[in-house]
Write a protein that binds this ligand. Structure first.
Ligand code: GDP
Ligand code: MG
Length: 267
C-alpha cells in the first residue's frame, strides 16, 4: 500500500514541462548531410547484426562519422573493419580493456570528431530511421541533450513483444529520475541519445557500465542543460544476448541504476 502511494506520488510530481508539442517528424528531413555529426555504436558480441546496423546508420545519417567501439570476443570487429573498407567514414576499433557500455561510449566520445554526437545500439532494437529526428534538436540548437523515449506517443513498436516487468521497471526508473531531476523524463535507459560536444564534456558521466544512461541525464539537469525527449520505435532483440541476462540480473540492474542516479544528483 505504502509502495503504491509512493509510486503514485513519484508519478504526480510537478515537472518542468519539456517542449513536447514539437513536430519531430517534419524536422527529421531537414539536413541532407551530417559531416558535423558522430554516431557511436557500442557493441559486445553483435556479429549477427553489426553489418546491417552500420549500413542502416550510414544510410540515414549520410556523411556522419560512425564509431564502432567493440568489446567481446566474437567476429564483430572483423565484420565492422570489413565494412569500413567500403564506407570511409566508418571507424571500427577494439575498445581495449572494455569495462562496459558506458566505458565504450566515454572512449568513443574522446575519439569523436563531430560537434554533435548520437549513440545507437548495435542489436537493431532501435531504428536508424529515428536518428535524424533524434539529432534535430541538438543540431538546430534548441537542446543540449536528447533522450530517445520508447514511452512517448508518436512511434509504433510493431516488432516489440512486451516484457511486463522490464517495461514497468523502466517506467518506474523514468519516474524516479524525473523526481530527482525535477523534469519529466519518460525513458532514461533507451539506447538512443544525442548530445553536443560541449554538453557531454560538461556532463562528464562516471559510470562505466549501464547506469551511465540515467546518470548522464541527471548530471545534464544539474548542469542546467536543456534536455529534450523524442519518441523512438523499439523492437525485441532477435539476435545475440542482452547484457541483462535474466529477471534477477535485470532487477539488480534497476536497483543499481536507481542508487547511482541518486548519487549523481547529490554528490
Ligand atoms: N563495448 C561494449 N558494448 C556493450 C557492452 N554491453 C552492452 N553493449 C552494447 O550496448 C548496446 C545495448 O546493450 P544490450 O545488451 O542490448 O542492452 P539492453 O538493450 O538493455 O538489453 C548493444 O549494442 C550492446 O552490444 C559492453 O560491455 N561493452
Ligand atoms: Mg538491446
Amino acid at each position: 500500500m505504502y509502495l503504491l502511494t509512493g509510486i503514485n506520488q513519484l508519478l504526480s510530481v510537478r515537472f518542468r514541462t519539456s517542449e513536447a508539442s514539437r513536430d519531430f517528424g517534419s524536422m527529421a528531413g531537414m539536413s541532407a548531410t551530417y559531416e558535423d555529426t558522430s554516431v557511436i555504436i557500442a557493441c559486445f558480441n553483435e556479429e549477427q547484426t553489426i553489418e546491417k546496423c552500420i549500413r542502416a546508420v550510414a544510410e540515414n545519417v549520410p556523411g556522419a562519422e560512425i564509431l564502432v567501439a567493440v568489446g567481446g570476443v566474437d567476429r564483430t570487429l572483423m565484420i565492422a573493419e570489413e565494412v569500413s573498407k567500403e564506407l570511409s567514414n566508418v571507424v571500427a576499433f577494439r575498445n581495449v580493456n572494455d569495462r562496459g557500455k558506458g566505458h565504450a561510449i566515454k572512449v568513443s566520445v574522446a575519439r569523436a570528431k563531430g560537434r554533435f554526437m548520437a549513440q545507437f545500439d548495435a542489436d537493431l532494437q532501435f531504428f536508424a530511421e529515428d536518428l535524424p529526428a533524434l539529432l534535430a534538436p541538438v543540431r538546430e540548437g534548441w537542446a543540449d541533450v536528447v533522450a530517445g523515449s520508447r514511452f512517448l506517443d508518436g512511434r509504433k513498436h510493431e516488432a516489440y513483444k512486451a516484457i511486463y516487468y522490464r517495461d514497468a521497471g523502466n517506467k518506474l526508473l523514468g519516474a524516479f529520475v524525473s523526481a530527482l531531476a525535477g523534469q519529466r523524463l519518460t525513458d532514461v535507459t533507451a539506447g538512443m541519445k544525442a548530445w553536443t560536444r560541449e554538453a557531454i564534456e560538461q556532463i562528464a558521466f562516471r559510470d562505466d557500465r549501464y547506469s551511465y544512461e540515467a546518470e548522464l541525464l541527471v548530471r545534464a539537469v544539474r548542469e542546467k542543460l536543456r534536455i529534450q525527449e523524442v519518441p523512438v520505435a523499439y523492437a525485441s532483440r532477435a539476435h545475440g544476448n542482452s547484457m541483462h541476462r535474466n529477471n534477477l540480473h535485470l532487477a539488480r540492474a534497476g536497483f543499481v541504476i536507481l542508487c547511482k542516479s541518486f548519487a549523481a544528483r547529490f554528490d
